[in-house]
Design a protein around this ligand. Sequence first.
Ligand code: GLU
Length: 439
Amino acid sequence: MTTTRFAPSPTGYIHVGNLRTALMNYLIAKKAGGTFILRIDDTDPERSKQEYVDAIHQDLEWLGLTWDRMEFQSKRLDRYHAAADQLRDLGRFYECFETPTELDLKRKKQLNMGKPPVYDRSALALSDEAKAEMRAERGDGHWRFKLDQERINWVDGVLGDISIDAASVSDPVLIRGDGQFLYTLASVVDDVEMGVTHVVRGSDHVTNTATQIQMIQALGGTVPKFAHHSLLTGPQGESLSKRLGTLSLRDLREAGVEPLALLSHMARLGANQPIELRDSLDEIAEGFDVDQFGTAPTKFDAQDLYPLTARYLGAQPLAAVADEVSSAGVADADAFWAVIRENITTRKDIAAWADLFANGADPVIDDEDQAFVAEAMALLPEGPFDGDSWGNWTKAVKEATGRKGRGLFMPLRKALTGMSHGPDMSAVLPMLQVIKARG
Ligand code: GLU
């Protein structure tokens, strides 16, 4: 059974980069009729916050990325202790006592000598007495997994054949001196015990994956299929790492981005397939394939989400925006929505159109059109207006002034709505309760 997971750490709000990971894992499970696990990686009690767990739930629910199962790493510490014991028994786990400063110094020395900054395993040589002394002096040590120094190979779902020389990688620390488990081991234990079959994550995890494959094998688990998607950059190819904070899902939601616009975009961005607006996650899942994604960094521009949002809203029935329309307080909701729906970018624009219709717009009249607009306004009947009013009026204005085409219509549109674009004016005029351009 296909099983995937999204494993955020609840140390901040999730952003578009996280969404890429979540969505790919979700779609793999969805497409296969499998299980999608939401795993909260909260082994760091200081940085993990309930507030962020709640926010992750809200963000995923907003997008409709529902999970079949939820797990918290903080509730599984006994499992990690058991795995650590197993690795100790296998002789694959050793305690080290170097301070961060000492490690830093070692790395610098190695780099100065032109060597890769790989941990030199000197703790392996410590006798039991030496370790006891160290422990008395410095407190408990941290624990490293002893890699088998051979090549680690896998066929990556995005990157293809990968081969990493374990000798070029430091033995990873799995337990810190204060006893805290790092997600590196916790993740392996969870993936093995929860039967995870596919892991998609960012390419910043490639080296972790190499070491985790050895851990999975040491623990007798089955290695899942790994795929590492490229990292997102800004529109100019610039690093997004600093800006991801402003690209949180809640910011995008606040800004009015529609879930299906965001999902349709993220499910294809960086893939060999065109980005097309889809109506549901089922439809998005249909054409989804992780091996369609390229390895190059993927440019993300939040601005691209707005045309898709507009297209999504333009195709919606009134029921989809009923709340916004009713709080905007319009008289004929059906007629109102029919007129504006293709002329909004986000739901926020609904209230602005209702306000424009109810209270009129400040006219925009170019200098050269002042006399023309005054003449036209004098010809505008009192109202109420219907679907023929605009046609009849502009015909009369045309006869009186000799203007036609754009020179006739545009100044009148700007005078009535304050904008140079918008819905068909024959539909707008009957909606306008106030025409400020009448003076
Ligand atoms: N919590 C980890 C992260 O967000 C999970 C990585 C993983 O195991 O895929 O980076």
